[in-house]
Design a protein around this ligand. Structure first.
Ligand SMILES: Nc1ncnc2c1ncn2[C@@H]1O[C@H](COP(=O)(O)OP(=O)(O)OP(=O)(O)O)[C@@H](O)[C@H]1O
Ligand SMILES: O=C(O)c1ccc[n+]([C@@H]2O[C@H](COP(=O)([O-])O)[C@@H](O)[C@H]2O)c1
Length: 207
């Protein structure tokens, strides 16, 4: 069973990596496919190019055989709608894919493309972020989609559900990293050393 992890990854940081590893273990997943968005629909355009974001992902994922990158959204260009990506994986695998998402992004689901259809097309593994709570996610689901979180560690292939994963919270964001680089502050231990070196070598996020 694979899961898809979509994001801007501008840049990929330790929060993304550790959360993906925790989820892989907790749900016994065979693979996590990182899918960098060309343009995440509700955010401003990325600061780094698609090529640089992919390279930083490559540098970060290369020692984990459970992690892969798919550049289908980069190749598709334009706004990266999850419904389009999920459709490709549903056809490829023959089962309902799971999509990993932080609570900050999931709580905007009403503004995504075809949210009702999306909830019927894939499962979501929602990860607690910041001060967001499980109750808040359940309320959001109930009020907007007449759904609730499924309490299970086993992801089903034949039907969709919303799972909640919340063992640890990592207070790191790409915004903080970009801001720190701009202010000449340290990003050590927030990203992998290879990514830190790449950002400085390519002079990313400076101005
Ligand atoms: N520290 C974190 N803990 C849990 N989920 C995270 C964390 N960082 C990112 N995510 C989730 O990973 C996905 C991709 O995130 P993204 O690449 O946009 O990173 P970000 O740190 O949220 O970026 P930005 O600060 O630029 O908004 C989103 O679903 C987001 O909620
Ligand atoms: O499909 C949509 O309308 C949609 C709206 C907002 C976000 N997404 C996806 O959600 C993922 C996380 O987004 P972000 O902005 O946190 O990087 C990423 O894969 C986006 O393409 C998708």
């Amino acid at each position: 069973m694979i899961a898809l992890y979509g994001g801007s990854f501008d840049p990929v940081h330790i929060g993304h990596l550790r959360i993906a590893e925790d989820i892989r273990e907790f749900f016994s997943l065979s693979k996590i496919i990182f899918i960098p968005a060309y343009h995440s629909p509700l955010k401003p355009e990325c600061r780094a190019s698609a090529e640089d974001r992919i390279e930083m992902l490559r540098l970060s994922l290369r020692y984990n055989s459970y992690f892969e990158i798919d550049d289908l959204e980069i190749k598709r260009k334009g706004k990266s709608y999850t419904i389009d990506t999920v459709k490709v994986y549903r056809e490829k695998t023959g089962y309902y894919p799971s999509f990993i998402v932080g609570t900050d992004a999931f709580l905007t689901l009403k503004r995504w493309k075809d949210p009702e259809k999306l909830l019927e097309s894939c499962s979501f593994i929602v990860v607690g972020r910041g001060k967001d709570t499980k109750d808040q996610v359940n309320r959001f689901l109930k009020e907007n989609f007449q759904k609730t979180i499924t309490e299970s560690q086993i992801i089903e292939k034949e039907k969709t559900a919303v799972y909640f994963y919340d063992t640890r919270r990592i207070d790191i964001s790409s915004t903080e990293i970009r801001q720190r680089v701009k202010e000449n502050r340290s990003i050590k231990y927030l990203v992998l050393p290879e990514v830190e070196e790449y950002i400085f070598k390519k002079k990313l996020y400076r101005g």
